[in-house]
Design a binder for this molecule. Sequence first.
Ligand SMILES: [Zn+2]
Ligand SMILES: [Zn+2]
Length: 393
Amino acid sequence: MPKQMNFQASAESLREQLVAWRRDFHAHPEIGFQEHRSAGIIAARLRELGYQVQTGVAHTGVVGLLEGKQPGPVIMARFDMDALPIAEENETDYVSQNPGVMHGCGHDAHMAIGLGVATLMAQRRDEITGTLKLVFQPGEEGLNGAEVMVQEGVLKNPRPDVVLITHVWNDNPIGTIDVTPGAVMAAGEKWNCTVRGKGGHGALPHQTVDPIVATALIVTALQTVTSRNVSPLEPAVVAVCAVHGGDTFNVTPPQVEMEGTVRSYSPRVRETVLRRMREVIEDVAAACGATAELEITPLTPALVNDAEVAEVVRAAAEAVVGPENVSSGQRTMGSEDAAFFLREIPGCYFFLGSANAERGLDAPHHNPHFDFDEDALPLGLAVMMNALGHYLF
Ligand SMILES: [Zn+2]
Ligand SMILES: [Zn+2]
């Protein structure tokens, strides 16, 4: 059991402030790389608290450094800031004031927790052994803001020894925390494919090479990649999410466009899936007399938690919600760009249960009705502080 300081009471004492921050961010959501207002509030607060502040990292990111009195490890915590292009359908007094934009994933909570960490750590600055690096990241939602921050040197000067990240999680009830060692989120790829045949009259199929039939066979054959080429014990997804071809009822089009995504945990499975997709697509097209071109764009690597850091976070969480409310095993085939940090630095990404079904606060993430139980704010802050405190006090 790692040494433990419990910050539950001090986190609880910030509750009103946390809720106020969260509701203000919620009412003023900003799309990725446009988080100017949010970043401005965060940078101003960090400066007031005596942090060294760097702004404009990856366009709108903010980095705050707090050096303790004694030298020691550099511990980073990451909080994402962006909202989604969703029209909010909640009726609360903190509903989005920015039409068509909504904090539908809970990143408003993350910013509030981040400001809470900044506040509590600044109060104990004299006791810190090492350096706290707070990273407020833009553009998490499909924009790979973390990768841009890494390219701009966020993991240097000083280089963190450990990275901690949390996400409110409406799949799990309030008062629970999940800390899972190993891979918890998948590597994600985007793929596009053009199937080319020969267009012609719909009534004269023998004069055409029909790309629609070829595409239908390809979609079906692709199902065998995960079911026949990957071990049933290994997670993988091959999804066809868009098929576009043809304009009218009596013309066979010359080509069809498809796109979709691939998800995997292990690099070996990823390599197998991408290789088999290419073979299936090209060879099935050839069997139809057509040709097909597959283009694969990597999005994020798998997000892998370090076992030792996960153990520290587990103890930090148990001290707040009790061992019976700390689970292990939450995994998703979703992707998260924090993987770019965790690929380089050992760390842990933990799930902060935030749903309250009785109060109707259990809509899924990215849903226009998404909202969560604000008890998650002091709980998340306490766990984050306990885990940071393990390294810094
Ligand atoms: Zn999201
Ligand atoms: Zn999110």
